[in-house]
Ligand binder design. Structure first.
Ligand SMILES: CC(C)(COP(=O)(O)OP(=O)(O)OC[C@H]1O[C@@H](n2cnc3c(N)ncnc32)[C@H](O)[C@@H]1OP(=O)(O)O)[C@@H](O)C(=O)NCCC(=O)NCCS
Length: 141
């Protein structure tokens, strides 16, 4: 496991999502609910899955989820997501979440790591084969 504290965000990577939790996303102590973070991770992870599947996907499994550090109201969160496995109908994605705290002091902390599996689905919400990479032409919305 890598150190959770670092001075900057991962170099050379683009986050899928950047978002700042608000007071409604936290308990009375200002700690952000794990369920709120899980929802954002699911959204961030689905984005590369949708691109790779060239269409709709459904989350079938949350394989692992580690809340390594707390998240506070006002943290600027960046969600990095990467496809790590492509099966017949499924796509597994790693998601790493970094928080920029006290942004004027440039403190960056890795707060969450997760792995999720998505299944490519058709119009009837049934599994469909992942298309070969060579057939992908664009990036669906
Ligand atoms: C997604 C869904 C259409 C898949 O249908 P299914 O008949 O269960 O799918 P299958 O058993 O054929 O498995 C499909 C793929 O998922 C994988 N899979 C199944 N269970 C899994 C698990 N526990 N962990 C990881 N992958 C899993 C299978 O290995 C298969 O991958 P592959 O084709 O690449 O080998 C169906 O399960 C569903 O609709 N689930 C609800 C999805 C949803 O609503 N998610 C939002 C949260 S409620």
């Amino acid at each position: 496991m890598t150190d959770t504290h670092q001075s900057c965000l991962p170099v050379g990577k683009m986050p899928e999502l950047r978002v700042m939790p608000m007071p409604a996303d936290a308990n009375v102590h200002g700690d952000v609910f794990g369920g709120w973070i899980m929802a954002q991770v699911d959204i961030a992870g689905s984005l590369p899955a949708v691109r790779r599947a060239n269409g709709r996907v459904a989350t079938i499994a949350v394989n692992s989820f580690l809340f390594k550090q707390p998240v506070f109201v006002g943290d600027l969160l960046s969600f990095y997501a990467e496809v790590v496995k492509v099966g017949n109908t499924s796509i597994t994605v790693n998601v790493e979440v970094y928080a920029e705290r006290n942004r004027l002091q440039a403190e960056t902390v890795k707060v969450t790591e997760a792995t999720l599996t998505y299944v490519a689905t058709d119009e009837q919400r049934k599994p469909r084969p992942i298309p070969p990479l060579s057939t992908l032409t664009g990036q669906p919305g």
